[in-house]
Structures are given as C-alpha cells and as structure tokens.
Design a protein. Sequence first.
Length: 118
Amino acid sequence: MAQRKYSKNAAESEKSLERYLCELTKAAGGLPLKYYNPNATGYPDRILLFPDGAVIWVEMKTAGQLPTSLQAERIRRLREDMGQTVYICDSRRKAEQIIDRWKNPRHPGGRGKKGGES
C-alpha cells in the first residue's frame, strides 16, 4: 500500500493529524491516550504520557480552526490552575514540534517543564 502524501497547503483532517501525533508519540517511547469524559466536555483530545513522567495534553484541530470558548477555558484552567502542559495541534509540523519540545529539556515545555503554548 502506497503511503499517502500530504500537500503542505492542503488542510489535513483532524483524525489524520491525530493518527500522526500518535505515531510520533509511540516512536518517542510515549503512550498516546484518547481522553473522553461524557460528564465533562471540552477537555483536550489526547493525553501523551512519557517514560520520564511527562504528561502533555493535546487539543487536535484542523488547520486554522480555533478551540471553542469552552475548550479555551478548559485549556486555560489546565495550564494556569493545574500546571499542566497543553498544546493545540493543527498541523503535522505542530505535532513534530510538540514531540521535539518534549525531547529537548532546555525548551519551555520540554521534559519536566510545565506550560505549553498554542
């Protein structure tokens, strides 16, 4: 089966981006978990767990799509009130950056550092 090629200009589906992020996470030794809570909506789609204890929340979006107001509030509370690292991922490049930041302990949001950014 031929590997699907993606144009840098074409918007990739959220599902496809999520699959790619999961592949990158596994390749880095992490565990990508799908987060779903029917009693509390608006939380990020994925929780990435890494061998060093790092936990990264990721909200998946298609290119240019913004979080809803509820999602933005949940992300703010996770970051500010809970000290969690949270990213919004809307491209393959962003997925790669998320994993690269975890790999680089000197980068803000890198191994053992809290925060994250959109």
